[in-house]
Design a protein around this ligand. Structure first.
Ligand code: GDP
Length: 534
């Protein structure tokens, strides 16, 4: 094996690419910041936030996000820790953007779910968890805010099983909680880790480690806390699930960690165990079966497109997950779907807080490539002429529909440009009624907030004011049928036949009853809730 080969394999194997999901306010941003702190990518925690005030922080660039205090779009951060190269994908916390979360998860190999110890599993944790489940990736749980008085740890573990239906294995166990949160017990190493005073989480925490039966801990913890810990551990060992790594990697068992991102307590033990347990870049399914990341041929797919990230440049960036081979700046690759060659000339990577031009990148990495309007979500790129095509990224079923018009007829060109752009980014889906004379656009979204994003971005990026007229539909089904003929298709009064952007026939339904009737009346039809773009 040549030296270059060896270092290529090392580079692949040291990569960890994961997404962090949470209900808003559970502590995703704080935890991300602390991971950067431990990775040495930022010196004093708090700089991500303070920077946000002066300048747009990478993960919070959009006005609407600031206004609503939610993260709408996902971004990527890369840093090194203990020899691992970490790629963190940020995801929107609000469930209205769960389709965007799903696309981001396509690029991730595992997920970290942050839970607020006082609130337990919240509504949006549930929704985001389901999206993770669909991907079948390993899910790690970080139970945060242990420095506040919260629910009983046993109750939280039970909630994971009862509410989310996932078995769990506490990797560590909290010693005390609220003001008395003193440390964690590592169940694998069978050792106690007590946290030092620290400086309000601004820098790394000092710890004291040792075996549970070491007398010094009886003194440090006090008789009562020590006895409670010993009892808790015994109960866990007897009554809890066993740890089976395959079950974790299959997404059936979630390793659980307790901590406080704010004070840094438990962040380091979490990071170390997580990096050991989670997977390096996994093989990905393609038209030729699974592609091993360690093969030479450079391949990857686009999971996200984002225009106007930088208001002064109006650029459009396609986010590419590298699946195999080495990426080199300026390389020419095959764009499989379009059957064309493209040169990847200005690739960007998102290092800690800055965007930089990337020279070389490896499987597991995410790079942003300049998109002159040629890429679509789900497109595959490959270096050789093999035409390797990765599994597509599905369109979710929208649940809200409106007719959308421009207020000013003279702005129609800009309006159409903006609509097309947002549709290509996957923010909205656009439908037309076939064979009707008037120009009419029907927009569907998965979460109602996406209409606000549509209105806001059309105004701010394209100078177009719009009118929206809500439609009564709640469900959509893509029609799979040979020789579909709308004039021979039997629907209910409140159902509409439209076409999506690939001219595929689609049905819009006001209620589930109508879906059943249409199925009964048209025997050979298959109705699908998700669709793959051509
Ligand atoms: P996100 O919406 O999930 O990204 O949540 P943030 O990281 O922005 O945190 C929401 C709020 O909870 C902020 O005021 C944080 O300072 C606070 N917070 C985050 N982690 C902790 C923690 O471990 N303990 C306490 N007490 N507060 C925390």
């Amino acid at each position: 094996m040549t030296e270059e080969n060896l270092s290529f394999l090392e580079e692949v194997r040291r990569r960890r690419t994961f997404a962090i999901i949470s209900h808003p306010d559970a502590g995703k941003t704080t935890l991300t910041e602390k991971l950067l702190l431990y990775g040495g990518a930022i010196r004093l925690a708090g700089s991500v936030k303070s920077r946000r005030a002066q300048n747009h922080a990478v993960s919070d660039w959009m006005e609407i996000e600031k206004q609503r205090g939610i993260s709408v779009t996902s971004s990527v951060l890369q840093f090194d820790y203990n020899g691992c190269c970490i790629n963190i994908l940020d995801t929107p916390g609000h469930q209205d953007f769960s389709e965007d979360t799903y696309r981001t998860l396509m690029a991730a190999d595992s997920a970290v779910m942050v839970i607020d110890s006082a609130k337990g599993i919240e509504s949006q944790t549930k929704k985001l968890f389901q999206v993770c489940k669909m991907r079948g990736i390993p899910i790690f749980t970080f139970i945060n805010k242990m420095d506040r008085s919260g629910k009983d740890p046993f109750e939280l573990i039970e909630e994971l099983e009862q509410v989310l239906g996932i078995r769990s294995f506490p990797m560590n166990w909290p010693i005390g909680s609220g003001r008395d949160f003193k440390g964690v017990y590592d169940r694998q190493k069978m050792q106690i880790e007590l946290f030092g005073e620290g400086n309000h989480g601004q820098s790394k925490t000092n710890t004291v480690k040792g075996k549970i039966d070491d007398d010094k801990f009886k003194d440090l913890l006090g008789e009562n806390l020590h006895r409670q810990l010993t009892d808790d551990i015994e109960l866990l060992d007897v009554a809890g699930d066993n740890f089976v790594l395959e079950e974790v990697l299959d997404g059936n068992l979630t390793p659980v960690f307790f901590g406080s991102a704010l004070t840094n307590f438990g962040v380091e033990p979490f990071l170390e165990d997580f990096l050991n347990l989670t997977t390096p870049p996994t093989p990905r399914e393609s038209n030729f079966g699974e592609i091993n990341p360690e093969t030479d041929n450079f391949t990857g797919f686009i999971f996200k497109i984002q225009a106007n990230m930088n208001p002064t440049h109006r650029d459009r960036i396609a986010f590419l997950r590298i699946c195999s081979g080495i990426f080199k700046k300026g390389m020419t690759v095959n764009h499989v779907q379009e059957n064309k060659k493209v040169r990847l000339s200005q690739p960007q990577q998102f290092l800690a807080q800055d965007r930089v031009v990337v020279e070389t990148a490896y499987p597991g990495d995410i790079i942003g490539i300049h998109d002159p309007g040629i890429f679509r979500i789900g497109d595959s790129l490959c270096e050789d002429n093999s035409k390797t095509k990765y599994q597509g990224i599905p369109l979710f079923a929208p649940e809200h529909f409106s007719k959308v018009y421009t207020k000013n007829a003279l702005k129609r060109k800009q309006f159409i440009k903006g609509i097309n752009q947002l549709s290509e980014e996957g923010t909205i889906q656009v439908y037309k009624r076939p064979n009707i004379g008037v120009e009419e656009l029907i927009v569907g979204v998965v979460g109602a907030l996406q209409f606000e994003v549509l209105e806001y971005r059309l105004k701010n990026e394209y100078g177009v004011d719009i009118l929206m007229e809500q439609m009564p539909f709640r469900h959509i089904r893509w029609i799979e049928m040979d020789n579909f003929d709308p004039s021979n298709f039997n629907i209910t009064m409140d159902t509409m036949i439209v076409e999506d952007q690939d001219s595929k026939p689609v049905l819009l339904f006001a209620n589930e009853w109508s879906i059943e009737r249409v199925k009964e009346r048209n025997k050979n039809v298959e109705l699908n809730e998700i669709s793959f773009r051509k």
